[in-house]
Design a binder for this molecule. Structure first.
Ligand code: NAD
Length: 298
């Protein structure tokens, strides 16, 4: 089968720019999304549309997915209309979503039983990284399959890692990363709330911390791209997705009988306060904190 043909399911905030970069790299990309508008936009930039997870395996021998939740990933891979049920040998499936390690293993097992290769390959680097093709990609799975996938992955990312042969290993690194990103996000919100209370200008706080020990990539991302612009939708990693990942990190830690005192408190805090912020970028943790203060009249 033609190796220049690629399937891509999930043309959302991350998937759309990743699929666009595969197009730019010269691949023929078959895009699938339940949101018809996303498929229309994808056709406008040269993508092929009009397929489903059941029909896509007839067209291509490599399919990427970038889907919102573990439940959606499970149905797209393992449902009756899913990729595994409708695929066969010579097919390689690569999930770029952030899911649970158990689901990586479950999908891998079902795929391998049909001779289908599967890699768990979550990404990091925000929508801006997806647009610029500079994502980090952390891949778990068979090394030969990784080598086969590498040229495709290089079209969407800059730092590609083969973490190990087990399909869930990339996911565990990704969840470690997002636990840290979540804690940094809350740190930024709390820091700026003190600045507000003290009447300090956000810019001066950012400028100083950015060259001091509190500096972080998350501070730069959250402050410069979102909080300073009072813009919480464009290029978002939503608060709902962050909460999903924090819960997954907690789940992984629990499975190792580990402790996450801060991580656990953060899950509880976001869960009780996410109403009104779920579809805004994670940097809206700042609004969650400061708007709530006003409401409570503190
Ligand atoms: P998103 O919600 O913007 O995109 C998901 C897309 O999947 C949507 O277009 C939706 O319509 C589509 N979809 C849902 N169900 C479907 C189905 N059954 N079949 C086909 N398409 C379906 O989410 P996103 O921000 O692009 O994130 C995607 C994944 O990448 C998530 O797992 C997220 O945790 C991860 N991620 C996101 C970011 C980020 O900055 N947004 C960064 C790294 C990783």
């Amino acid at each position: 089968m033609d190796t220049k043909k690629v399937g891509f399911i999930g043309l959302g905030n991350m998937g759309f720019p990743m699929a666009s970069n595969l197009l730019k790299a010269g691949y023929t990309v078959y895009g699938v999304d339940v949101n018809r508008e996303s498929e229309i936009r994808f056709a406008e930039i040269g993508g092929k549309v009009g397929f489903t997870s059941a029909t896509l395996p007839n067209e291509v021998n490599i399919i990427f997915t970038s889907l919102p939740t573990p439940a959606v990933v499970e149905s797209v891979y393992l449902g009756n209309e899913g990729l595994v049920e409708n695929g066969e040998g010579l097919l390689t499936l690569i999930d770029l979503s952030t899911i649970s390690p158990e689901l990586n293993k479950k999908v891998a097992k079902a795929a391998l039983e049909k001779g289908i290769q599967y890699l768990g390959a979550p990404v990091s680097g925000s929508v801006s990284g997806a647009e610029a093709a500079t994502l980090s990609v952390m891949v778990g799975g068979d090394k030969k399959t990784y080598d086969f996938a590498l040229p495709y992955l290089k079209s969407i990312g800059k730092n590609i890692f083969h973490v190990g042969e087990d399909q869930e290993l990339g996911t565990i690194v990704k969840l470690i990363n997002n636990l840290m990103a979540g804690i940094h996000t809350q740190a930024v919100a709390e820091a700026l709330s003190i600045a507000d209370a003290a009447g300090l200008d956000h810019d001066i706080v950012y400028e100083i911390v950015n060259v001091s020990s509190g500096q972080s990539g998350v501070f730069t991302r959250n402050y410069k791209n979102f909080i300073a612009q009072d813009e919480y939708y464009k290029g978002a990693f939503t608060a709902a997705l962050l909460l999903k990942d924090l819960k997954l990190a907690k789940h992984v830690s629990n499975s190792f009988k580990g402790k996450l005192p801060l991580g656990e408190a953060l899950v509880n805090y976001i869960e009780s306060n996410i109403d009104g912020y779920a579809d805004k970028d994670m940097s809206s943790a700042y609004l969650m904190l400061t708007e709530q203060k006003v409401e409570l009249g503190e």
